[in-house]
Design a protein around this ligand. Structure first.
Ligand SMILES: NC(=O)c1ccc[n+]([C@@H]2O[C@H](COP(=O)([O-])OP(=O)(O)OC[C@H]3O[C@@H](n4cnc5c(N)ncnc54)[C@H](O)[C@@H]3O)[C@@H](O)[C@H]2O)c1
Length: 269
C-alpha cells in the first residue's frame, strides 16, 4: 500500500489550459504536487466558440512552472482512446505513478433538440463521458496496484437538473454522475475514491462563448445563467478548484460517489 502525502502526489488535469481546469491545476500545484496539464488546444467544428489555443496551453503550463518545476503539459484530445492511454502510460513511466485524475474537459452547445446535429451530440457526449471513461480505464489499474487513488469528475448542476436547450450537455453531465457512482462502488475497496464536483455558473470563456451564440454580452449571459444562484456573489474557478482539491485529499477519504455542489445553492430549488 502506498499513500503519498500531498507533495508526492502526481496529478493529471484535463481541459487545463484555461478556466476551471487551469484553476484546479494551479491549486494542485500550490499543494506541492506534480501536475500534468492536458488540453486539446484547438477549435472543434461542432463547438460554436473558441477552445484554448496552443499559446493558451503553453502559457498555462509556463505560469504554473513558476510555482515549482514539476509541472508538465501533454497536449491530447480526451475523445481519443489511444491518446488517453498513452498519456497515462507516459506519466506512469516518467513519475512511477498517477495518483489523482481530474476529468474536467468539457464543451457546451445550446440548441433546441430539433436542431441538434449528430456532430453536436457526439462532441459533447464524447468529450464529457467517453473522455472520462477512457482516462478512468487507463488510470485505474495503476491506482489499484498502489492501493490509493483519487478521481474527480467535473460535472455540473446540469448533472442533477434539466437546463433548457442544453439537453445533450445535460444528458452528458448526468451520465458522468452515473459513471462516478458506479465506478465508486467498483473500486472503493482498493483505496480509491471517485467523486463529482457540480458547479453552477462560473464566468469562463465557455459561458462567454455560449452566451455569444445567443447574441448576449457576458454581463447579460451571467444575469440569465445565474438566476437560480442564491446570491449575487459570482462563483470563481478557484471555488471549483478548492472543492476538487478537497475531494482529492486525505481529508475526503470517506467520501465516495458523491456530488459536491459548488453552485451557490442552485440545487436547493
Ligand atoms: N463555466 C461554467 O459555468 C461551468 C459550470 C458547470 C460545469 N462546468 C464544467 O467545467 C469544465 C471546464 O469548463 P470551463 O468553464 O472552464 O470551460 P473552458 O472552455 O474555459 O475550458 C474547457 C477546456 O477544455 C478544453 N477541451 C475541450 N475539449 C477538449 C477535448 N476533447 N480534449 C481535451 N481538452 C478539451 C478546452 O480547450 C478548454 O481549455 C467543463 O467540464 C464544464 O462543463 C463549467
Amino acid at each position: 500500500m502506498s499513500n503519498p502525502d500531498g507533495s508526492d502526489r502526481v496529478c493529471l488535469v484535463t481541459g487545463a489550459a484555461r478556466g476551471n481546469g487551469l484553476a484546479i491545476a494551479r491549486a494542485l500545484t500550490d499543494s506541492g504536487a506534480t501536475v500534468y496539464l492536458a488540453d486539446i488546444a484547438r477549435d472543434l467544428p461542432d463547438v460554436p466558440y473558441s477552445l484554448a489555443t496552443p499559446r493558451d496551453f503553453d502559457d498555462a503550463v509556463e505560469s504554473l512552472q513558476t510555482i515549482h518545476n514539476r509541472v508538465y503539459g501533454i497536449r491530447f484530445d480526451v475523445r481519443d482512446a489511444k491518446a488517453a492511454a498513452r498519456a497515462v502510460t507516459q506519466i506512469e513511466t516518467e513519475q512511477g505513478r498517477l495518483d489523482i485524475l481530474v476529468n474536467n474537459a468539457g464543451v457546451l452547445v445550446l440548441n433546441p433538440i430539433g436542431q441538434v446535429s449528430e456532430g453536436e451530440w457526439n462532441v459533447q457526449m464524447d468529450t464529457i463521458v467517453k473522455g472520462a471513461f477512457y482516462l478512468c480505464r487507463a488510470a485505474l489499474p495503476g491506482m489499484n496496484r498502489r492501493g490509493w487513488g483519487r478521481i474527480v469528475n467535473v460535472s455540473s448542476i446540469a448533472g442533477h437538473r434539466g437546463l433548457g436547450t442544453a439537453t445533450v450537455y445535460t444528458a452528458a453531465k448526468h451520465a458522468l454522475i452515473g459513471l462516478t457512482r458506479s465506478l465508486a462502488m467498483e473500486v472503493a475497496r482498493q483505496g480509491i475514491t471517485i467523486n463529482a464536483v457540480c458547479p453552477g455558473t462560473v464566468p469562463t470563456l465557455l459561458v462567454e462563448g455560449t452566451g455569444r451564440t445567443l447574441g448576449l454580452t457576458m454581463e447579460e449571459t451571467l444575469t440569465q445563467f445565474t438566476q437560480r444562484h442564491l446570491t449575487e456573489n459570482p462563483i470563481a474557478p478557484e471555488d471549483v478548484a478548492a472543492a476538487v482539491g478537497w475531494l482529492a485529499s486525505d481529508a475526503a477519504s470517506r467520501v465516495n460517489g458523491a456530488s459536491l455542489f459548488v453552485d451557490d445553492g442552485w440545487h436547493c430549488h
